[in-house]
Design a binder for this molecule. Sequence first.
Ligand code: NAP
Length: 494
Amino acid sequence: MIFKDATLQDVDQALVQSSAAFADYAQTSLKVRAALMRAIAVELDSLGEDLIQVTMSETNLTEVRLKGERARTVFQLNSYADACERGDWLEVSINTADTARVPPKPDIRKTKFPLGPVVVFGSSNFPFAYSTAGGDTASALAAGCTVIVKAHPAHPKTSDMVAGAIKSALKKLGMDENIFIHLHGASNQVGEALVKHSATKAVGFTGSYQGGMALFHWANERREPIPVFAEMGSVNPVYLFPEKLNDNAALFAQQYAESITLGVGQFCTNPGLIIGIESDALSVFVSQLGEKITSIAAGKMLHEGIASAYKIKSQKAIEQNAVQLAGSASNANDTISGTPMVATVDADTFLSNPLLAEEVFGPFSLVVRCKDINQLHQIASSMKGQLTSTLIATEGELQKHSKLVQTIASTCGRLILNGVPTGVEVCLSMQHGGPFPATTDARFTSVGGDAIKRFARPVSYQNFSNALLPEELKNENPLQLWRTVNDQLTKNAL
Ligand code: NAP
């Protein structure tokens, strides 16, 4: 099937329709939005085996993985629907008037408004969870925004089927079909036109650094700049502290061989950099990790473009001065497979060659050998923003090196202790984000109910009568939300 690329007229029409739909959708109650999200979850599930088969053929991902990812996407839609209704993301606060004060203090009540039509770009490696009905779409709908999705060109049929499920949910609920609009566009022109259209009010993106930054620049060159929430690549550094490694080198080698090669390394939280201190334990870790990686078969990557980029980047990394290969699976002689690889380099070389700190998207990891803890600290200080950082350490080591831990924490969104970074739990306390260049806005998460906050802005009402206020700000607290009233968190009516 050939998918028709949207023309510039199609983009304009989509934004006009989306803006018109926004005028009404922005006024809907939290209950109505939550009902829509739950209905989309039902429709997505009811696409059954057909969807899984289509997505398998478009992505080379396994049936088990895709069934799991769809279940996660359904869970996301339902849990963000719950978060939408709970209304904590509105962060309602009320300070009541004090007419006796000189000058009199006004009654001020703060809530949030949806931003407007949101353009969503999904990623190829999560065809469900970070794509058409993924986290960005769910959180924008929860905030009261209409959504225009640009289908990822690597899985257009999947995107069409999922878009059909969303349309079907809207139809069954009798809602405006233009609350959600789906466009194709294999060229970057469509994306550019969507971001630059004056009616677009925000962008959600998951993908590469290059893609995210192109969108970010376009959004900032507009007459009216708009926020771009771009979740981009990351190398997810892992810091090995000597005492903990000494007792568990073999165990961590096993865990990391599995984490590096999970899903042929095609996860944004893939551990691409492991930093340790020269010791016997580090040598054991490197040699065992190398052995295990050698025994893992090359797997099919998402598409030939990603496989070719992996081949070029991993090759370039191992060809750098002083980089040694510690283990490599046998090379599959085709254009689609990704060969697991682990290499090692000394810290001086690493610090003098910025290319070695770049993401190699696929089953590749680089182990950096430091002379001592000070050099490890030097590397931690040089690290760019990351989605995650992992500490392999005893409690005593963490206490002794608290400044180093602080340095590491200040460069990432999620800090993991004695585990692996792959696997992102969907829950309210998850922070999936991080300082630039992991994302374009470290203050927000793209996973968990708080992701809704990206697509809403605070508005204060001053001296409005109870009858004129939105539901969430009324004295009676009809929505039974948690609200901060005169600086105290409460569900009580005023
Ligand atoms: P990608 O190539 O950047 O594609 C993502 C989307 O952005 C696609 O729709 C793509 O459309 C569009 N796009 C990319 N470059 C563009 C440009 N210059 N102008 C306009 N649109 C553009 O990313 P991917 O290959 O799908 O995903 C792999 C990357 O995503 C990895 O780096 C991975 O670490 C990252 N990732 C990050 C997260 C996270 O949460 N932080 C999650 C998953 C993946 P076109 O193909 O038409 O250009």
